[in-house]
Design a binder for this molecule. Structure first.
Ligand code: CTP
Ligand code: MG
Length: 181
């Protein structure tokens, strides 16, 4: 199987959480509305319990589906997400790690005085990638090193900002469709 397809396939459980958070986020913020000693919000209203939980569930659920496809169709040559209980560690690593990376980035954006939703080039595009890799490396180091070769890591770093941009345009268009005209 083509390396670009494998890179995207391996990252899908980390890509989906952000989209689910956008679609289903809202309600009580993770920082409970509290401020940091610098007077600014700890994380801001863009990081919510509902968005984070829905994101992790969606990423893990998608990962279970992808893993069953990989094992039932070995002819496709697509990698699985770990055997036995390693599977759950990998999927939690990829999906919760993605959400956590995004939360950590928001923490630093607030410390830099940036408002919720203000864009920070490359950090917004790659925070969840770094988070998903860090947590997966911690929880399932063997699976990580077997699957995320330097070639795959390189492809993900190049392709993710492009996919992120395309997804945002689609999201905007979906919203535009909701206008009455
Ligand atoms: N979201 C959420 N919970 C999360 C992440 C995202 O509810 N853990 C939802 C929020 O409604 C958020 C939207 O998804 O506004 C877009 O996410 P993101 O771009 O990460 O947040 P921003 O609003 O841009 O805030 P920040 O400046 O902190 O990145
Ligand atoms: Mg944002």
């Amino acid at each position: 199987m083509n390396s670009l397809i494998i890179a995207i396939w391996l990252m899908l459980p980390a890509y989906l959480p952000n989209n689910f958070a956008v679609l289903f986020g809202g309600g009580r913020p993770l920082d409970l509305g509290r401020s940091f000693p610098d007077g600014r919000r700890i994380l801001g209203d863009g990081k919510t319990f509902r968005g984070t939980i829905m994101g992790v569930l969606a990423g893990t659920g998608l990962g279970l589906i992808l893993d069953s496809i990989a094992s039932s169709r070995p002819d496709l040559g697509l990698p699985g997400f770990g055997s036995g209980y390693e599977l759950i560690l990998v999927l939690v690593g990829l999906s919760l790690g993605a959400m956590a990376g995004d939360v950590v980035a928001s923490f630093f954006k607030r410390r830099m005085g940036m408002k919720r939703g203000e864009s920070l080039f490359l950090v917004d595009q790659l925070d969840f990638v770094v988070g998903s890799w860090a947590l997966t490396l911690l929880l399932a180091p063997q699976w990580f090193s077997e699957n995320f070769t330097s070639e795959i890591i390189f492809i993900v770093l190049i392709v993710t900002p492009l996919l992120h941009r395309a997804t945002n345009i689609i999201g905007y268009k979906i919203k535009a469709k909701k206008e009455p005209w």
